[in-house]
Design a protein around this ligand. Sequence first.
Ligand SMILES: Nc1ncnc2c1ncn2[C@@H]1O[C@H](COP(=O)(O)OP(=O)(O)OP(=O)(O)O)[C@@H](O)[C@H]1O
Length: 272
Amino acid sequence: MEPIVKVEHLYREYRVKQGLFKKEKSRVEAVRDLSFEVYKGEIFGLLGPNGAGKSTTIKILSTMLLPTAGKVEIAGCDIYTEEQAIRTKINFIFGGERSLYFRLTAADNLYYFADLYQLPRSEQVKMIPELLELVGLGDVGNRRVETFSKGMKQRLQIARALLNQPEIIFLDEPSIGLDPIGALELRNLVKKLAQQGKTILLTTHYMAEAEELCDRIAIINHGEMLTCGTLEEIASLVTDEEKATILEEKAMQQSELDVTLEDIYLKLVGRV
Ligand SMILES: Nc1ncnc2c1ncn2[C@@H]1O[C@H](COP(=O)(O)OP(=O)(O)OP(=O)(O)O)[C@@H](O)[C@H]1O
């Protein structure tokens, strides 16, 4: 398979001012020697505890932030020298971001952003109803966004992110704050986009979501790669003995009798 995202030895540090008069500067190494590839058409999950470096990585890949060091290629373009070309091939949604105009209708929001992308009106008129349909908002395109549920807003954000027909979509915690139905609708939409050939790189704290959606997963901790692979490959990192202990503990707690990604994740990031 062809890699569409190539990350080699990526580093990113932040300099943080400290002290009463903020004169001292300390360094935070948010991403340390991260290397991975994402293949065309795959759903790739970036998992890790709070502060692991997931958002920093996504911001770098989506050209919002420059790395301190390392090589990144997005759809064959270099992150340092071909930033503009990359922006035409990608789009992104950051968790909790409010990038919609709540007093406008769903359709008017999309027309507004389509104007920003300088899409010809003739194209907009065809594309926007199709996008609203795709994200399950076909019947409510004329309703103001302020009347939408969180899940509907999130799906509208995805429609917005599809306006420039990106090859790759970066989703930073897309299901944060969604109820189970909203999260299910969002997962179905993500699957649909992948079936249409989009490459999706997402971060999530919901292990069940990663387990259901992702073709491959990278787990990072303290900015470093713990592991990267398919669910089966990652599951094989936990020994049969450890799996047996997990099952014993679960039997005692009378919970689901299966070793899930959540169990493996907790084992790998050293929380249990
Ligand atoms: N603008 C910034 N200035 C200074 N430090 C930062 C900045 N942004 C992030 N950091 C630090 O970099 C590290 C990685 O943060 P990052 O937001 O990438 O992690 P994350 O995995 O996305 O976390 P979360 O799951 O909580 O969103 C953390 O220690 C964080 O405090």
